[in-house]
Design a protein around this ligand. Structure first.
Ligand SMILES: CC(C)(COP(=O)(O)OP(=O)(O)OC[C@H]1O[C@@H](n2cnc3c(N)ncnc32)[C@H](O)[C@@H]1OP(=O)(O)O)[C@@H](O)C(=O)NCCC(=O)NCCS
Length: 172
């Protein structure tokens, strides 16, 4: 069964195997180096991030979810609880990534759907912002399949890929 869970020891092995697949691509939201070397500290960091404990300047509280199929780690989501000036311009509420070996199988679309459901249930938000590069065809399709409405396409100094950025809103 496909489900979203908070990071846990239970799927540690599968998560670490997924990190290996990211060797040649940035692991981004997975905080891979710490998870590899000290999984307990990684879990503590994830928890602190969610409760807003000891956050570095410029960060807002964020929840991490893992998409699990059976007992296998498929992908991860970071849900920022609110937007600050930077997130309004780049990043929005939700960032996600599917492990490379599991892409183009529909998981990304389902992971965002499950995330939106979870946010609607647990948080007092009625809409969320998501952003993606204007050449990220997969992410655009995922957002549109989940009801995304394009706000605009901007150039922003915050986009590390130095590409035009699409900003979308999804009503919950
Ligand atoms: C973008 C990403 C999440 C897509 O995940 P995924 O599990 O492959 O997505 P899906 O299988 O649900 O695909 C959704 C649609 O996009 C298409 N698609 C997926 N990747 C694609 C690609 N690289 N190029 C073109 N189309 C693509 C799929 O064919 C599918 O099309 P369909 O609805 O017409 O059948 C994944 O490639 C990824 O993790 N990329 C790196 C991180 C990233 O870009 N995150 C998003 C920015 S916040």
């Amino acid at each position: 069964m496909l489900r979203l869970v908070k990071p846990t020891y239970k799927y540690r092995k599968s998560f670490l195997a997924a990190l290996e697949e990211f060797k040649d691509v940035p692991a981004g939201i997975f905080d891979g180096d710490l998870a590899r070397t000290n999984f307990k500290a990684y879990l503590t960091r994830v928890k602190n991030y969610e409760t807003g404990t000891n956050l570095s300047k410029g960060l807002v509280p964020a929840s991490t979810f893992w998409l699990i199929d059976g007992n296998e780690f498929i992908g991860g989501v970071s849900f920022r609880h609110r937007l600050n000036k930077k997130l309004k311009e780049y990043g929005g509420h939700i960032g996600y990534s599917i492990r490379p070996s599991k892409r183009k199988k529909g998981y990304g679309t389902k992971m965002l759907a499950l995330t939106l459901k979870r946010i609607k249930k647990d948080f007092a938000l009625n809409k969320v912002m998501v952003s993606c590069d204007n050449d990220n065809a997969g992410s655009q399709k995922i957002i549109q399949a989940n009801g995304g409405v394009l706000q605009d396409v901007i150039n922003t100094k915050y986009n590390p890929h130095n590409k035009p950025l699409m900003r979308w809103w999804i009503n919950l």
